[in-house]
Design a protein around this ligand. Structure first.
Ligand code: DGL
Length: 272
């Protein structure tokens, strides 16, 4: 079992920001990455719809032999993490939540900004995180409609990207935020543009390294860490166009990838 792969999924390319940290921190582990690009973006879909997709994706990853699953999507975690854990209690399922706790510890102005999708802010997980950690720190929520789409299209810089980012960053800056939380796994791919626009005085937090470390701890605690002997396998699946996905993987995380297509049919995922 310990040699079995870790399954990581997202609505699209965003979860690759988590994938690259997992691959880096856990060099002995095989990983299957599944991008549900047929349905990206998830952020404005209903909780029921997202839950149905996640349920089927988790079942697919389990049927591929995964020993643990990382929901590398804040949106999917916000609405589907608990239902998934209930439906598949046989393996550890980790999710992503906006890094409010480290932001609260870091801020000196007492104001932190969180960038995320509408579904993430509506979810119980986000409310609970803020309720637990914010204390007297003001948390400014910034819905970032369209930003995940830009990353999917490969537009990580340029005028359109800067204009959209400015429209999201300015309200947080005006409110006095000195710490910004990237509450969507797509956003670390525009972190350079964000840092350039906000300047060096602001902290911009990507939670992916902490998630990878936590995954290592969970696997170790359950005796699921791979011994690391032999070459590991890194496999990729997308529910949209494999060639396009492969080019994006090369561009975003510098990995050579030959992905395999999956197709949705009547609510179920099938190998083509
Ligand atoms: N990557 C997803 C997240 O972390 C969101 C993108 C989407 O809307 O599908 O929230």
């Amino acid at each position: 079992m310990s040699g079995a792969p870790i399954g990581i999924f997202d609505s699209g390319l965003g979860g690759l920001s988590v994938w690259r940290q997992v691959v880096h921190h856990l060099p002995g582990e095989s990983v299957i990455y599944l991008a549900d690009q047929a349905h990206v973006p998830y952020g404005q879909r209903s909780a029921e719809e997202i839950q149905a997709y996640c349920n089927e994706i988790a079942a697919q990853l389990i049927s591929m032999g995964c020993k643990a699953i990382v929901v590398a999507c804040n949106t999917a975690s916000a609405v589907a993490l608990e239902p998934l854990r209930g439906a598949f209690p046989q393996l550890p399922i980790l999710g992503l939540e906006p890094a409010v706790k480290p932001a609260v510890e870091l801020t000196r102005s007492g104001v932190v900004g969180v960038m995320a999708t509408p579904a993430t802010f509506q979810g119980e997980l986000y409310r609970a995180t803020v309720g637990r950690w914010a204390g007297d720190v003001q948390v400014v929520e910034q819905v970032c409609i369209g930003l995940a789409d830009l990353v999917e299209m490969g537009e990580l810089e340029g005028e359109r990207c800067d204009a959209l980012l400015r429209s999201f960053l300015n309200p947080m800056l005006k409110a006095g935020a000195d710490t910004i939380v990237l509450g969507c796994t797509h956003y670390p791919f525009v972190i350079e543009a964000i840092r350039r626009l906000v300047g060096p005085g602001l902290a911009v937090l990507d939670p992916a390294p902490a998630v990878a470390r936590h995954l290592g701890e969970v696997l170790a605690a359950q005796g699921l860490l791979s011994g690391g002997s032999g070459g590991r396998e890194l496999r990729f699946f997308t529910s949209a166009q494999p060639e396009r996905f492969d080019r994006a993987v090369a561009r975003l995380v510098g990995a050579r990838c030959i992905s395999q297509p999956l197709v949705w049919h009547q609510g179920h995922l099938h190998h083509r």
